[in-house]
Ligand binder design. Structure first.
Ligand SMILES: O=C(O)CCC(=O)C(=O)O
Ligand SMILES: [Fe+2]
Length: 320
């Protein structure tokens, strides 16, 4: 790409990233530890005093190994002691939309908190959303993802994927296309207490047999020397709705917490990608395991920072 367009912002960022990957892979084990420690990322606001403790970005080979092992197991491994700290509850947030029909919330993990909400969307709406997503020209992707992501968004920002591969088809749906899509957005707003005004359109993904999504984090990273100009700030949180069960395979795995979430139709996973300090949270690294039998449908809403100032106040505690 740089040969064609030497000033391409995304391609320049990719080059820096790949050079660092190559460098870290040609070092001896000790050298690599030192190198990775010294290249620890600065906070998303670019200030060194926001450096987060103990956040070492694992390299792509390490992540891939963890991912494969997690995909082979069929459930999350949590000690009884750890499990005892996690609770289920009904959530209504005193929101008129939820008071008469609170949502069932199950805490799957802490540090980072990952929540599973049950029965958040009706079968009728799921079918409507699938129909809307099907006839559109969808893209089958198995290539450098951030080039594609950059085309969708703002090419100034650096969406750093540790490995940039995925295989599925996807479509974007705005609230205006159907009440079913708008209903889901409204529910997400009510349950998370976050504004949907600055969120992205709903992304509908369909994985066939063999469809997967390699380890990545959903947030965008700041270019060391470039501006971060994503209009509505970074992806503060992710809401992932399962629109199908999967006969075998297709789990969502969280690499830092040994998380293995089996897709369950009508339920949704939610987590924050960023700390309240504005620092990105590498512990949210996740992947979609290959679908082995069946078909997997998800609908994702990426929620952005702008507009959340009074809903999720920021904090100087970098780990909050
Ligand atoms: O399909 C999944 O379980 C995960 C999808 C995902 O990580 C994404 O769309 O960013
Ligand atoms: Fe993701």
């Amino acid at each position: 790409m740089l040969a064609i367009d030497p000033n391409h912002v995304q391609a320049k960022a990719n080059k820096v990233y790949y050079a660092s990957l190559i460098k870290s892979q040609t070092l001896s084990k000790d050298q690599r530890e030192d190198y990775l420690a010294s290249s620890e990322k600065v906070g998303s606001n670019g200030k060194k005093n926001f450096r987060v403790r103990k956040q070492r970005q694992k390299n792509y080979l390490e992540l891939n190994e963890i991912c494969k092992a997690l995909c082979r197991q069929n459930r999350a491994k949590l000690s009884h002691k750890h499990q005892a700290k996690l609770f289920c509850r009904y959530r209504h947030n005193n929101h008129p939309y939820l008071i008469l029909r609170p949502v069932k919330e199950e805490q799957l993990f802490d540090e980072p908190t990952i929540l599973l909400f049950h029965d958040v969307v009706s079968d009728t709406d799921i079918e409507k959303i699938k129909v809307l997503a099907t006839p559109q020209k969808s893209t089958i992707v198995k290539m450098n993802l951030y080039v594609i992501v950059a085309a969708f968004f703002d090419s100034q920002c650096h969406h750093q994927y540790w490995d940039a591969g995925r295989l599925q088809s996807h479509t974007w749906l705005s609230d205006r296309v159907s009440p079913a899509v708008a209903r889901l957005s409204r529910l997400i707003g009510a349950v998370t207490n976050l504004t949907m005004e600055t969120a992205e359109d709903l992304q509908v993904l369909n994985y066939g047999v063999g469809g997967y999504y390699q380890p990545h984090a959903d947030f965008f990273q700041v270019l060391e020397n470039g501006g971060f100009t994503f209009k509505n700030g970074n992806r503060i949180a992710t809401w992932l709705t399962y629109m199908s069960d999967v006969e075998f395979g297709g789990a969502t795995v969280f690499l830092a917490v040994d998380g293995h979430i089996v897709p369950k139709k009508r339920s949704a996973v939610f987590w924050y990608n960023m700390f309240a300090s504005g620092e990105v949270d590498y512990r949210t690294a996740h992947a979609a395991c290959p679908v082995l039998i069946g078909n997997k449908w998800i609908a994702t809403k990426w929620i952005h920072e702008r507009g959340q100032e009074f809903r999720r106040p920021c904090s100087l505690d970098s780990m909050l």
